[in-house]
Design a protein around this ligand. Structure first.
Ligand code: FE
Ligand code: FE
Ligand code: ZN
Length: 294
């Protein structure tokens, strides 16, 4: 069962190899899925696509039988299209997302993952309405078919989108719901108060409120904090409060078979943990003390 798992991790995209290097990194982990930022996650400065060695990266994907449906771009996380405080800042966030959708299309990737944003000093529902309006503008401007996967959040600070109901509300308010999907992050769900160990009930709840057909990708992370902590600090598989058994059960859940899983777990001793984390999920077997042996 674990053998045909669709699994990968966040990978870097740095010079001189850029996208070619990202794909090589994923292959070095034996991944068949991956996620990357098209520039620094903390800002919206972006190198022109022509410099990013995209054709070479795509050729290597093809050669390696990695389906581009299993690749995801993550939008920079500083943008806030739900309430930027000032109209000019909101416009900047909207423009950045339009640019990211166009860049995502330029990689041949079909899904952009977006944090819904922060309500700051506004009412939460007003922020959900603002985001839906921003998304309307974005989808009327970008000229692509790329979908946005709204990521469920931990509820840190004034983050919106920590409940299935709030994600449903955004989808309902948006004029182009066909362009919206969802990214479930196990650390965020757990920190937001959901019991991820009870995955059957959680998926039933998700299906009832949003619909399983909207689920496009799963971020598989352990959490450094107890359930409901609203902290959002990822941990390595088996080292946090969720635990390996639960994460492995989610990774290999029959209802989630076609959904790619992406690891966003931290480096340990400056080493990437992904090759071993992927192997353990495929084998459905935890290796005691694996992180210390990296
Ligand atoms: Fe994220
Ligand atoms: Fe995530
Ligand atoms: Zn997170």
């Amino acid at each position: 069962m674990g053998k045909d798992l669709l699994i990968g991790s966040h990978v870097a995209m740095n010079g001189p190899e850029y996208y070619l290097g990202s794909v090589k990194e994923a292959i070095s982990y034996q991944a068949n899925a991956l996620m990357f930022y098209t520039g620094a996650p903390q800002n919206s400065f972006r190198k022109p696509l022509a410099e990013l060695r995209i054709p070479e990266g795509r050729a290597l994907l093809k050669e390696s039988n990695i389906d581009e449906n299993n690749i995801f771009v993550h939008a920079p996380y500083i943008i806030n299209a739900a309430n930027a405080g000032k109209p000019e800042l909101l416009k900047l966030s909207i423009n950045t997302i339009v640019g990211e959708l166009q860049r995502t299309a330029g990689f041949g990737v079909k899904t952009l993952i977006l944090h819904p944003g922060n309500h700051l000093d506004a009412e939460e529902d007003f922020a959900l309405q603002t985001l839906a309006k921003s998304l309307d503008t974005i989808f009327e401007t970008d000229g692509t078919q790329v979908k946005i996967a709204l990521e469920t959040m931990a509820g840190k600070g004034s983050e919106i989108g920590k409940t299935f109901e709030s994600i449903r509300r955004i989808i309902d308010l948006c004029k182009y719901p066909e362009r919206l999907g969802v990214c479930l992050d196990t650390c965020h769900l757990h920190d937001g108060g959901y019991d991820v160990d009870n995955i059957d009930a959680l998926l039933q709840d998700f299906d009832h409120i949003i619909g399983l057909d909207r689920l496009l990708v799963i971020h598989l992370n352990d959490s450094k904090n107890p359930r409901g902590a609203h902290k959002d600090r990822h941990d390595n598989l088996g080292y946090g409060h969720i635990g390996f058994a639960t994460l492995c059960k989610i990774a290999n859940h029959p209802l989630l078979k076609k959904i790619p899983k992406i690891l966003e777990t931290p480096y340990f001793n400056e080493k990437a943990p992904y090759a071993i984390e992927i192997q353990m999920l495929r084998d459905e077997k935890f290796i005691d003390g694996w992180r210390e042996k990296l």
